[in-house]
Design a protein around this ligand. Structure first.
Ligand SMILES: [Fe+2]
Length: 418
């Protein structure tokens, strides 16, 4: 029955939206200046991309810009993927667009660039591990459409086996994240162990690095988001990249790292990631503006207290709590994948439980606020606007463990940990 319904959905989306399918937006460089639009050209030939400032309703023909040339195309996993990179965008600006092909005019969408001022806050939704469970992950996607975050940080394991039909289902479900008025929340992605190659992230999401490690800047010098790759060597070029980007952004107000596999999973049978502990953590800890790491993979939910690496007495699994200088590690992957019990608490675990959730993160100059949203009641949650995106919508269901539903991470005065 489910397959039948899925088939009807595919058919209806085909009939309604025509030949351009699975439109998504990614940030992969400077989120106030650049964005990439990606889609599957199912039939017909691309003829032009039309865009202008403002929402579709406010579009006026004299301000329209046209692009006739695609940046690149590829056929990975059977898609006819078209990639179009937009540069020289204005900060904090809505851009409406449509993709016109030889068969139809296309549907209106819009997205927003980020501010280039650190005085403006940023809202992120962060999570991963959607795998192939449509019913649950669609709920998360519906909530994405309502919270109007600046971006979704999607931290790997999109599908079960990286198969073409599973990607069709993933992109079909991702369309639930598009608001009724056509707003698309841009993605910043990493690779999980269920993505079988680096190149699939490059081809489907225009990741700007063949090794799938890269930086994205938000809010001028407010934030450098470092996306790392758990599936390749942690030494060599990736480690050099990490050292260089952290150094380059040491005067930014914040840096955040995201990578798929948790260094210290909160599910017992999951492997400890010693290579990340040895190669990533010492670099993270060199920079006092890096105080949050986002991890996934385990299919459970955890947030640590601020911790620093230590082998001293009182430490556990190589870390000890340090509220002043520590890094908070949050995640661990519940965007629809089958939940696993959080059965590996540490002394420095703040809270953990097996719940379907994603993190909702507000970044300001003086602090980062992190909440965990239980998204299963997405249909009942009131819809925010870009103007109200930092308020709590009616019926939002926050995870409220014993240590509270709000994690606050403050700036450090002392810049050197060691
Ligand atoms: Fe994973």
């Amino acid at each position: 029955m489910n397959h039948f319904l899925l088939f009807i959905f595919f058919l209806s989306s085909f009939l309604t939206f025509g030949k351009v399918r699975f439109v998504r937006v990614v940030f992969n460089s400077i989120a106030s200046e650049e964005a990439t639009i990606i889609w599957h050209q199912e039939s017909g030939e691309f003829t032009r991309f039309i865009y202008s400032e403002g929402e579709p309703k406010t579009e006026s023909s004299d301000k329209m810009k046209l692009i006739y040339k695609i940046s690149s195309t590829n056929k990975a996993r059977g898609f006819n993927t078209h990639i179009l990179r937009l540069t020289n965008l204005k900060p904090n600006t809505k851009y409406s667009f449509k993709i016109v092909d030889t068969e139809e005019e296309g549907k209106h969408f819009y997205f927003s660039t980020c501010s280039n001022s650190p005085n403006d806050r940023i809202s992120f939704i962060a999570g991963g591990d959607s795998r192939d469970r449509s019913v649950i992950r669609r709920k998360a996607n519906v909530l994405v459409s309502k919270l109007k975050a600046h971006a979704v940080l999607f931290n790997g394991d999109f599908t079960g086996l990286d198969l073409p039909h599973q990607w069709v289902e993933w992109f079909t479900d991702w369309e639930y994240s598009i608001s009724a008025d056509g707003r698309i929340t841009p993605l910043v992605v990493t690779r999980g162990n269920h993505e079988l190659s680096n190149s699939i992230l490059v081809k489907l999401f225009d990741v700007p690095s063949r090794g799938v490690y890269y930086s994205t800047e938000f809010g001028g010098n407010l934030l450098n988001l470092v996306s790392l790759n758990s599936e390749i060597l942690k030494i060599g070029v990736q480690k050099i990249f990490l050292a260089l980007t952290l150094k380059k952004h040491e005067d930014f107000i914040w840096q955040i790292a995201q990578y798929h596999r948790p260094i210290r999973p909160h599910v017992k049978h999951k492997k400890e990631m010693e290579t990340q502990y040895r190669n990533f953590v010492p670099l993270f800890e060199k920079y006092s503006n890096l105080r949050l790491c986002l991890e996934n993979d385990s299919h459970t939910c955890k947030i640590t207290w601020p911790i620093v690496s230590s082998k001293e007495e009182g430490s556990s699994e190589g870390f000890v709590r340090n509220d002043e200088k520590g890094i908070v590690y949050a995640g661990e992957g519940c965007w629809g994948a089958p939940l696993r019990a959080a059965d590996d608490f540490k002394p420095w675990t703040r809270d953990a439980a097996a719940v379907n959730q994603f993190n909702w993160i507000f970044i300001a100059q003086d602090k980062i606020e992190l909440r965990t949203v239980l998204y299963e009641n997405a249909e009942d949650v009131a819809e925010l606007t870009e103007e109200t995106r930092f308020s709590m919508p009616l019926n939002i269901n926050l995870w409220n463990p014993s240590n509270g539903n709000l994690v606050e991470i403050f700036q450090q005065k002392n810049r050197n940990i060691k």
